[in-house]
Design a protein. Structure first.
Length: 282
């Protein structure tokens, strides 16, 4: 009987420390004498679960409020959650198949800065992965793909500029690499990159012999780590030093597999549109 008369007490905690965006937080409910819970995570999101989890997409100070109830009695606890900005340059590519987190390389500053600029302008939002070849790559970033009809020819759109090639020895076409599309060598001997179109490598596992043949043909040597990555994870090494690699997927490899497995038409366009939304993680 004493318990039924007790006033509810609100309290909560979380296990994660040094939260860095994007931060996934699991809350531990320490409340007493309550049977209803209302969470306000401080970023516009709410929950009524007893012990919810939440992802903070951006850095900031978030006032987390937990209101607990028992009958007509309520109690409130508020704590400020601090999420810091990542030290690496990260972007999220959101699709209907899930979200990929991509780390852009500081070794390719022109491609990095251009991609960030376009993402912050919302340039990519609503564009399609308009060319998908299983075992090879997923290509997107054509502004003409927004609301494109099913029979539309895609792959030629972009801003009114290109970007100089930035070939870096440490950046190769292993699985998950994000790379700049471009026009062919005949019209583009300098291998300048498209102003907006990019592709994400799926590729296939390589053998020692295949990698050695590429080295002999192109006149460079892979590091042991690069060779191991190509053999264990796969990739498209025949594109190295011909197309600029400017980052890599660090989370969401399963999304690459799902998109790569979609049914496509004779032009390699997915029969069901795969739209993207790109956001810079700050």
């Amino acid at each position: 009987m004493a318990f039924s008369c007790a006033k509810p007490i609100a309290d909560f905690s979380h296990m994660e420390k040094d939260l860095v965006a994007p931060a996934s937080v699991k809350f531990e409910n320490l409340s007493k004498n309550a049977n209803e819970y209302e969470w306000d995570f401080g970023d516009g999101s709410k929950s009524v679960l007893a012990e919810p989890g939440h992802v903070y997409a951006s850095s900031g100070n978030y006032p987390v409020r937990l209101t607990v109830k028992k009958g007509k009695k309520t109690a409130l606890m508020q704590k400020v959650l601090q999420v810091t900005a990542p030290s690496a340059c990260l972007v999220e590519i959101e699709t209907d198949y899930g979200t990929m987190t991509v780390q852009l390389s500081n070794a390719t500053p022109q491609h990095r800065d251009n991609f960030i600029k376009l993402a912050e302008e919302g340039y990519y939002d609503g564009t399609l992965f308009h060319r998908v070849i299983e075992g090879f790559m997923l290509q997107g970033g054509d502004p003409n793909s927004k609301n494109a009809k099913p029979d539309a020819a895609l792959g030629t759109g972009g801003p009114s500029y290109t970007i100089p090639a930035e070939f870096v020895d440490s950046l190769v076409h292993v699985k998950g690499a994000i790379c700049a599309a471009r026009q062919g060598d005949q019209t583009n001997p300098q291998k300048r990159s498209s102003g907006s179109q990019f592709y994400i490598v799926q590729g296939k596992a390589q053998t020692e012999q295949e990698l050695s043949m590429i080295e002999a043909r192109k006149g460079f040597r892979y590091t042991k780590a690069q060779r191991d990555a190509y053999m264990e994870q796969g990739g498209t090494p025949f594109l190295d030093r011909d197309y600029t690699v400017f980052g890599r997927v660090v989370k969401g490899f399963e999304v690459i597999e799902k998109i790569a497995a979609t049914e496509t038409d004779p032009r390699d366009r997915p029969k069901t549109d795969i739209k993207m939304k790109v956001r810079v993680i700050k």
